[in-house]
Every structure is written in C-alpha cells, then in structure tokens.
Design a binder for this molecule. Structure first.
Ligand code: PLP
Length: 679
C-alpha cells in the first residue's frame, strides 16, 4: 500500500467527489447556460455548490467565482487590483500608491503574477517582499511602515512548504487605514482553518480544489463586494460575466461534494485529532532520524504539515529512502521538487544553508485516519532502521564492512573512500565538508580505521582541508607521503603539472583507478604513468560521468544519444531474446532492503559502489546487454551513459525506473524466473 504524505502538493479525490463528478459527466451533463431542464439542473448544481462555499468560507456576500484553480484566481485578483490602481493613477497621479507587497514565502504564482501584470499594464510599481521572521510569520512592523504606500498586499493564509499559519488578524489590523487592497492566498487553509473572509475584510481569496480532495482543474476566487474586479476571460458571459467559458461541471460537482463533507463534519478529522496525528508522526521521525530538526514552530503551523531536515542527509537521499518504503513525501514544494534548489521559503526564514538545502516536507490531508497514521509511523521507523543498518544514519548500525571504492556525492564534489575489509583499513580522498559528520559516523559504524586522508589537485586552504582535519583528529591519522597498502590494494601518489597531485589505485587485477581533481586540470602527459585501459575518476564530476579514459577530457550528457533509455516492453523483449542480458539494481542498500517487493531481481550494485564494478562490466563481451534500474531512472541513466562513454555500447537504463514499472509487485516472479543466476 502506498502511504501518500504529500497532500500539500495535491490530494486524491474523495470517493463522494468522484461519484459527483461521474454523475455530472454521465447523467447530469447539462450546460448551465441552457434553458431546458437538463441545463437548469446543471445551473441548480452550481447555485447550490456556491451557496455551500459561502457558508464554509464565511463569505455571505461578494463574488464567488468558479475557475480553473488558484493560479487563475491569483491572476484575476492581481489583474483586478492593478487595473484599478492604473485607473486611480490616471485620475490622481499625486496620491496613487507606489508599492506592491507580497510575503517573502508566498507561492511563486503570486510574485510572478505581480511582476507579469505590473509590466503588462505598464504600471512600473515597485514590487517588494514582506520579510518574515524565523517563525515564518510576516514582519508586521515592516508592513506597518510600508502599508501607507501600498496598492496591493498579498499574504498567504498558510504556507505550502512549512504549514506556517499567517497572523491574518494582525495583518488586518496593520492594514487598517491603508489604501491597499488585500489578497489572501487561501489554498492551503481550505478545510483546515476557519477563514471568515468577509469578517476579516479580505478583498481577494483564491482556492484550488485539488488541495482538498476535489479534482485538478477546479478552483474558486472570492472577491469582496465593492473590491475592484476585472475579468481575465471574456467570452460567453458565464459566471455573471466574471469568468467566461463553459463551466467545469464535473469539477464543480466534485467540489460541492467536498464542501458538503466539510459542512457535515463527518469526513474530516477535527483539529485536535489532526494535532495528535502530527505529534505521532513527529515522534516517529525523531526516533528514526537522530538529530532531526523541524523547520517551523509547531505552535503556528497547520496540524497536517511537518517540514524537517536531517543533518548529513540530503533531501534526495531521504526522498529515495521514503519512496523505497512506499512513503511519498516531497523536498520543499512540488513545483521546486524536480530542481535541486534550496528552499526559498526556509531561506527567507533565515535558516542555515544545510537546512534549506536538505528540507523534506511531509503533509497529510484532514481525511487521514488512525490506521493510515499507524502505518505511516511504522514505515518511517522502518526507514530509520534501514538507514542505520546500512550505516548511513547518525547512529550505530550493523552493516557489513565495505570493501572497495565507495563514492560519496556532495554539492562541492565527490569524496571517495577506498576500503579494505580484511585489514579493516581505509583511505579517504577529498572529504567534502557537507558530509563529513555522516562520513565519520559511517566509518565508525563500518569499524574502519582511517590510514590516510588525501586530497587531489593543488593544496589549498578550503572546506576539504577543514573536513580532512576533522577526520584526521577523529581517527588519529598520521600524515603520509608515500604509497599506502590496503591489503592487496596499493594507492600511490600521481604527480602532475605544478604542485597538483592525484592517486592511482592498483588492486593487482585489471585496470587501475586514477583519482584526480577534475578532467580539465589533467594534462595528458601528467597521467603518463597510466595505461589506456585505466580509468580516471574526478572529484569534480558535474555531468556524473563516474569515470573516463585517460586523455578524454570532454563529453557532456548529450553525446551518447538517447537509445540508452528503454521502457518496460523493450526490457521484456530484451530479456526474452537475449539470455546473456544482465539486470542491475543501482539503488542504495537502504532502499533495496525496504523495497524488496518491488525489486526486479538481478544483481545489486548501489551507485555509491559502482566504480568497483565498472572494470568487470567493461571486460564483458561487447554484445552483453546491461540494463540498470533504480527508483526513477535518474541514477541508472547515469551509469548506463557512463558505460556507453567508456565503450560498452549495449548499456541501458529502465526509463522511469521502478516508479513506472507496470504492476511492479506482480512482475517480480515472472522476471526472476527468466533471469540467469548471478555469480
Ligand atoms: N498557492 C499555494 C499556497 C499553493 O500551494 C499552490 C499550489 O501548490 C498554488 C497557490 C497554486 O495552485 P494551482 O497550481 O492549483 O493553481
């Protein structure tokens, strides 16, 4: 069962909302503008849903317009306010407001809409972010100072990333007497907070149905009676000419079912129950991830949202881990999740860089029940256990000692640990400051003694030096210049141009690995001591090439074409037709142990240990198909492309990874039966 904990991104559609939408498509499919009975029925549905929304939102008067969602609602509100401001400036240029203000943690739709319409209408007003404090709430003193010159103030009701609830009454009091219009993005508050739109004097409030169990593509905009209004869509005059275009009746009917459920109060849990659920999830997280820090104060956040960071664990690692356990969470906001950018919301709150870069958001909907929370807590604890067992948590674990090269990825570059299980010794090359704490704990957990801490490139006083000092002191490492023996392995310095240095790892079999700082800095003659089949591994590896041949300094992502990505039917064909094909799971050990039911079988070589396996794969007959897979196809794509660049043309990655694998659980047996036995 999937445990979906990303409700702030979107929610599933409530069964009664699905039923209402289906009825609106199948039997009650009328156009509300038609004057025959079928049309009148549709019109009655709209009227009744609008009336319900008025009661739920505390909006007995003013406009309540059905539209496609909050983004459209925000555009309409901003266009309305800015058109009025333009008018006012024309009539009275001397006293017209000069500022447009928005909360620094507002959803991007708001500042982007402000800038867009400000430019399009030729207003050229100054757009300013209202600062927030460390608790994520607006700086009311700042707002008080700027409000007299503001034409529009935008302050969300609750934040989508942190769940921080704005002090709407405080803002209302601050804005009293200001000429500013006031928009409150209420998307995340619907069904979770009493809004009392009219009472609070809010001018515009946009909503999105899909954040509260209605489908995507339906939303609402409240406009206070007397607030300026300008339609965004002109046409057939629907919605009292406020929003033209035939109404989305399935969406409106579904939204009506959700509003009815809210009014009945049976489907959604009361606030105290939701607070209890959140406390249980928070306790499970703290137990699973020692040192975890919550990024927003619980007292002022929605009871359905938790935002946290774990020292030494990137958001990516945590997302992979949770996903393997069937738990869907998100790193920052959904829109930002595909880009690995630090959270601007947490930055605005002044949180330290490691927390803004590694934040994870866990959010559930108010229809969650006890059994769901029980299962979520159990899975979170299992995630912590999996991390501990692979020595990746900041707590003692029980993993088998590593043997070979382990690659640690950090923002600044890669760190490599060369470990020898038999002697229990290792060498660390280029420790990166962001991961040093986790590295120390991993080395201890692995029961490895650190024989040396080395750095590639030219010596310089930087983060690597500081991280190396931490490691040397933690493991009482004595500096060494000469070759280092690690059991059968020998690591020797490689002198290059100037005072730059690299290291060559020779394990007596096959190609050697040369560790250097970056490819561009390696003069060809500097690596003269290497053979053509040796592999060069760079600390700076922005295109995830993993390894390259001596003298090959180039190559970005595009050069291997796109035939490396294959879908599930192509994989089936390959396995049916070519018995020599190999399937390789490159997920990390902590994911593999959690996602047992989803594995397709095959060999397990986590991405962090792939460097050791490369020579073996390259030594296979050239026509051996190698198919890599992971959770999403990203990491397996890196390996397939790296191998192609190194000359093994028949390297593939399962497109979309296990996430898109059809009926993953049922497929396991069938594929396993067809797989050759692995040595
Ligand atoms: N405002 C907030 C606070 C949100 O969370 C979102 C969606 O993530 C939006 C606006 C935009 O909503 P939609 O994409 O449904 O238009």
């Amino acid at each position: 069962m999937e445990i979906y904990l990303d409700a702030n991104a979107t929610t599933p559609v409530l069964p009664q909302a699905q039923a209402a939408a289906l009825a609106a498509m199948a039997s009650d499919f009328g156009n509300p503008s038609s004057i025959h009975s079928t049309g009148l029925k549709a019109k009655a549905t709209i009227d009744s849903v609008r009336a319900s929304a008025r009661r739920v939102l505390g909006a007995p008067t003013g406009r309540l317009i059905f539209l496609s969602g909050a983004t459209e609602g925000i555009q309409t509100a901003v266009l309305s306010a800015l058109t009025a401001l333009k008018q006012r400036r024309k009539q009275d240029p001397g006293t017209a407001p000069s500022l447009l203000l928005y909360g620094a943690t507002e959803h991007k739709a708001v500042p982007e809409a402000l800038r867009h319409w400000n430019a399009l209408l030729g207003l050229d007003l100054t757009v300013l972010a209202i600062p927030v404090g460390p608790d994520g709430r607006h700086d009311l003193a700042w707002l008080r100072e700027h409000a007299p010159r503001a034409g529009l103030v935008c302050t969300m009701a609750a934040n989508n990333e942190t769940g921080v609830i704005s002090d709407l009454d405080g803002i209302a009091a601050t804005l009293a007497g200001s000429p500013a219009l006031w928009m409150v993005d209420s998307v995340q508050a619907l069904g979770k907070l009493p809004l009392a739109l009219l009472e609070r004097g809010i001018d515009y409030a946009p909503f999105s149905g899909h954040k509260l169990y209605a489908p995507k593509g339906i939303g609402l905009l409240y406009v206070r009676e007397g607030a300026p209004f300008m339609p965004l869509m002109a046409g057939g005059g629907q919605e009292g000419a406020a929003r033209s275009g035939t109404e989305n009746m399935a969406g409106i009917a579904a939204m009506g079912a959700v509003l009815a459920a809210l009014e009945e109060g049976r489907c959604f849990r009361p606030s105290a129950t939701l607070h209890g659920y959140r406390a249980r999830l928070a306790a499970a997280l703290e137990e699973a991830f020692p040192g975890l820090q919550f990024n927003a104060p619980a007292a002022h956040t929605l009871p359905t949202t938790l935002n946290f960071s774990v020292p030494g664990c990137s958001a990516r690692l945590l997302l992979d881990l949770f996903d393997a356990a069937g738990v869907r969470v998100s790193g920052g906001s959904a829109c930002g999740a595909s880009k690995a950018l630090p959270s601007f919301v947490l930055q605005a709150m002044g949180l330290p860089a490691w927390r803004t870069a590694s934040a994870v958001r866990l959010s559930f909907g108010p229809a969650a029940d006890e059994a769901f929370i029980d299962e979520a807590c159990a899975r979170i604890r299992a995630c912590g256990q999996a991390l501990r067992e692979s020595c990746q948590g900041l707590a003692a674990g029980s993993a088998e000692t590593a043997d070979g090269v382990v690659r640690w990825l950090a923002d600044g570059g890669c760190c490599h640990v060369v470990a020898d299980r038999r002697s229990g010794r290792c060498v660390v090359i280029d420790p990166q400051p962001e991961i040093v704490e986790r590295l120390v704990s991993w080395l201890r957990c692995q029961r490895l003694n650190v024989a040396a801490v080395l750095r590639t490139g030219a010596p310089r006083d930087d983060g690597i030096e500081a991280a190396a000092a931490i490691l040397r002191s933690a493991f009482s490492v004595i500096a060494t210049d000469g070759p280092i023996r690690l059991g059968e392995r020998r690591l020797a310095p490689l002198r290059m141009k100037g005072d730059a240095i690299g290291f060559v790892l020779d394990n007596g079999l096959g190609p050697r690995l040369a560790f250097v700082r970056d490819a561009a800095g390696v003069p060809k003659d500097g690596l003269a001591a290497l053979e053509p089949e040796d592999l060069v591994v760079c600390t700076h590896d922005p295109h995830n090439r993993l390894a390259r041949r001596v003298g090959d300094e180039h190559g970005d992502a595009g050069e291997v074409g796109d035939e490396w990505a294959i879908d599930a039917p192509a994989l089936h064909r390959l396995l049916d037709n070519e018995p020599s094909a190999r399937l390789i799971d490159v997920r990390e050990a902590y994911e593999q142990c959690l996602g047992a039911g989803l594995a397709l079988g095959g060999q397990a070589v986590p991405l962090s240990c792939v460097l050791d396996a490369l020579p073996g794969w390259l030594a296979l007959p050239a026509n051996t198909p190698l198919v890599f897979f992971c959770r999403s196809g990203n990491r397996s794509g890196q390996v397939a492309r790296a191998l192609r660049r190194l000359g093994h043309a028949r390297s593939f990655s399962l497109a979309g990874g296990l996430a898109l694998w059809p009926h993953a659980a049922q497929e396991v047996a069938t594929l396993d039966e067809r797989m050759p036995a692995w040595e």
